[in-house]
Design a protein around this ligand. Sequence first.
Ligand code: G6P
Length: 611
Amino acid sequence: MCGIVGAVAQRNVVPILVEGLKRLEYRGYDSAGLAVLGDGGAERLDRVRAVGKVKALEDSIQQLKTEGQTGIAHTRWATHGVPSEDNAHPHVSHGVIAVVHNGIIENHEKLRTKLQELGYEFTSQTDTEVVAHLVHHHLKKQKDLCKAAMAAIGELEGAYALGIISRDEPHRLIAARKGSPLVVGVGIEERFIGSDVLALAPVTRNVIYLEEGDVADLRRTEHTIYDASGKKVERPVRVSEATADAVDRGQYRNFTEKEIFEQPKAVADTLEGRLGKGRILEEAFGVTAGQIFDNTKAVQIIACGTSFHAGSVARYWIESLAGLPCNVEIASEYRYRKHVVLPGTLVVTISQSGETADTLAALQQTRKLGYGHSLAICNVPESSLVRESELTLLTRAGPEIGVASTKAFVTQLTALLLLTIALARRHGLTAEKEKQLVEELEQLPGRIQKVLELSEEIRALSERFVDKHHALFLGRGVHYPIAMEGALKLKEISYIHAESYAAGELKHGPLALVDANMPVIAVAPNDELLEKLKSNLQEVRARGGELYVFSVKGTGVRASNTTKIRMPEVGEWTSPILYTVPLQLLAYYVALAKGTDVDQPRNLAKSVTVE
Ligand code: G6P
């Protein structure tokens, strides 16, 4: 989703801005732009914008020889107005004020009317342009960029991260955040802003995480931060863990491939320090975790997208292993309906980015509803979700750049299994059983590695999908959400329409779609539902459907019209994690064969910071 980078320095900041934008490319965008101010007193604000990739912007910058010591840059993911150069940021008012914005200004129509009455002309369809004009309008009275920005912000409703510069104050950059993430980078005699610390990794690791409602007034050698009430505040400078090479794809063709193959390490890292001798170390969840888990009587999981699928697996685990009632719901649905709050419910949010607007809003909603405690399973330590939750278990997957979530998902599942064990301990899980589970977790990275060895077989198979338009994914029980995730991966990166069904539902509708053109992919572990699933597969065969069945040795799923992909050994509880991997590989190789943009699929964003 939209990205922001900004800098105020003595050197030419254009290369820093462009490099920052490239590091944000993974978030998904459709156009890019930057605005810079020249050195001391130069009365020029130069703006360059381009539809498409940052590379297109870079080409224009090179042609125009754009340079400047203060600047702001942006990648836009269209919400208000089509992707076009006119709608790309920065937005400018009277050649004086330039603004970049992430989020949505909800009262933009009202403000637009007011500004039009004041004589301002609009050149875009965006909600952002009102901010540029509004700051310009207030500057006439305030005569100071920061004061004008604060006055303008006072009129905004909605969510924003903003970067603002003025032609008339060439060594100053104003930043503001409410509802969208923004960090300030503190360099030596230079200051930066970024919507993600990764964007700043090449220039500084010293960062300030702005809090809700903060406005930052940045100059090369100093910064002043005001809180939501306008009071001057000190915010700590932290050392970010993001390193400059964190977003290097190494020997791989793209980040998605890298991230799929990194999964053994990502899972091993997630488990590190969290397993003792035959037991899990629940202190990893936070010092108060033990007491909170003692009092937990039910679990409410909230997430979006792939993270929702992880939560859907956890529901099976928590109910069957811990015997606690567990609900799982999509955050955008959760936040807008009435709830029956069970006392002692632990709210668990799951998010790779920790910045998903719906998940954050749903968490806030649970507080209003009077839920007790909250736990975030999240991949980004400094994220809003982590900061707003009482307990956290970090999935140490490392930066995930591919828009389609892969390693974040398997590490979320790993973390959720740890949570399940922690809760189950209090509800009859014996030490012996816990030891078995811990052994299974210890074997997980090695087993994922073995599944990755299927890659060549799956790549060869993927060619059969290239000219298909639809696919059906089937699973049962705890593997049903894995079928959901498999279908999501295929549609996200290969653009093949894919649906998932609990296999028992086949006869209630989807069977009507089955013919020789509809590949049916089944997740068929050797569990208590295998025989039931095999009957469902017969229903497909009888209609001439072409089956691809992922299953272990000796399950007897081989038959006519069936391609069996033999899985290596899987553990009883970690089985859903292992069956995820071949489905990721399938989607990946189909996308590769189709030549789609695997890392940045069309229309999608990595981190969805708007509702
Ligand atoms: C976007 C991403 C998905 C992700 C979802 C939830 O749609 O493209 O990959 O699953 O957001 O994101 P989160 O960061 O909260 O896990």
